[in-house]
Structure formats: C-alpha cells, structure tokens
Design a protein around this ligand. Structure first.
Ligand SMILES: C[S@@+](CC[C@H](N)C(=O)[O-])C[C@H]1O[C@@H](n2cnc3c(N)ncnc32)[C@H](O)[C@@H]1O
Length: 214
C-alpha cells in the first residue's frame, strides 16, 4: 500500500487540472445549519463547496486539505476563504469547536477502514454534540468496467471496491452498510442515493448523508 504522502503527492499533481463536480445539497444543509455557525470542510480541495456556502450567506467557514497545491489553488480562486494545509490525520482544532463538518469525496481516497474510522473519530472530536455531519461519497457500481477493477484489486488490498487509477490514486467505492457503520455515532437525518459524474468524467453511484452527532 502506498503511504499517505504518496496519495498527498498525487492530489498535488491533480490540483491544477481537476474539477470536482459532486453537487452540494445546500438547501438540505441549511435546514440544519445556521448562517452564523462554525463550519469545517475536511478535504476541501480547492474550496468550491465553501465558496458555494459563502455565496449562500454562511460566514464562519474553514477548509483543510493535506494537498498544498489544492490549498494554493483555492486561495488563488477565493482569496477571502480560510483554507489551511493539514497533515491528513490530526485536525488542528480543539474539541467541540465546530457546529458542522463537511466531508465530500474524501473517504474514497482513504481506503483502509481503520483510516476512515480515524478520520471520522477526529471529525467527531472537533464537532460539538448535536453538530451536523454532511457526508457525500461513492458507492459500489455494477457495470463491467468497475466489476473488473474491483476484482483485479481485491486480493491486493483485501477490500472489495478498491482500485487504482493510472494517476496513482488508490480509491474505494463503498457499500451502504459500510457507510452506516462508519456513522453509527450519528443520528441519520438524510440518506439519499444518487449518480455522480466523477472528476474523470465517468458515472458512479454515490450518496448524500446528513447526520447529527449523538
Ligand atoms: C475528490 S477531492 C474532493 C475535494 C472537495 N471535498 C470537493 O468536493 O470539492 C478529495 C480531496 O481530499 C483531500 N484529502 C484526501 N485525503 C485527505 C486527508 N486524509 N486529509 C486531508 N485531505 C485529504 C485531497 O487532497 C483532495 O483535495
């Protein structure tokens, strides 16, 4: 398994060229999170979701990403946003500091379940009780191209749904059960299956999730 620094380098190399098209459910989010609340976007990329929230009237926004190049691109495009490079593990914030945390398309590139659990635990640490988690990511697909790559990489990674991209990224598509297990410390407010366009222009199953920290 390539280590976290390899994945960080891959994202750095992609920062200049990729657009992330996953839609953000701002209306659903705004039903649970008020405009003055503190919001953290983990794995914020070049800040497009925070910029959407900024335009929607949200005021207290912070984004973190382990890719320096993503952060630089974000600050270039949206200089008024607060975007910080982190180490990909520890969040540089105090316990209960945020009213809401956003995690979009990040589980997919942290493929080990233990890594995903650590990420969610760290998010739960900085999110206050009754705080809102907005999560969106990829689900397993059933078309020939995906079935072939899931089968090819299952032995190597020991997880069905993991595959490598030519760019060097290792990604995971998930079962619904896995996502619900990861979020079992949250009260599920919304779970909606959808079909996304990926950053490479393909189609993939995905989901939107909103949960309240118990
Ligand atoms: C598919 S992109 C999505 C970016 C953003 N959430 C969006 O939807 O526009 C995944 C992002 O997560 C970042 N990332 C992946 N694992 C991370 C980790 N453990 N800590 C911080 N950032 C991470 C990558 O650098 C990349 O910018």
């Amino acid at each position: 398994m390539k280590n976290i620094r390899d994945q960080e380098r891959c994202w750095d190399e992609l920062a200049g060229e990729k657009e992330f098209p996953t839609p953000f459910l701002s209306e659903s989010f705004a039903k649970h999170v008020e405009k003055e609340m503190n919001i953290l976007d983990v794995g914020c990329g070049y800040g497009r979701t925070l910029n959407e929230l900024h335009n929607y009237g949200f005021k207290n926004l912070i984004g973190v990403d382990f890719s320096d190049a993503m952060i630089k691109r974000g600050l270039g495009s949206y200089p008024y946003l607060n975007l910080i490079k982190t180490d990909g593990e520890k969040l540089p914030f105090q316990d209960n500091e945020f009213d809401s945390v956003i995690l979009i398309g990040v589980l997919t590139s942290n493929v080990r379940t233990i890594k995903q659990e650590k990420l969610i635990n760290e998010i739960s640490r900085v999110l206050r009780n009754n705080g809102i988690l907005y999560l969106s990511d990829f689900l397993l697909n059933h078309d020939e191209r995906n079935l072939k790559r899931y089968a090819k990489y299952e032995d190597k990674y020991g997880i069905y749904g993991v595959f490598e991209l030519p760019e060097g990224l290792i990604l995971r598509h998930h079962t619904v059960e896995h996502i619900l297990e990861l979020t079992n410390n949250y009260e599920k407010l919304l779970f909606e299956k959808t079909v996304f366009r990926t950053m490479n222009g393909n189609i993939s199953n995905g989901f939107y999730y909103l949960g309240r920290k118990k």
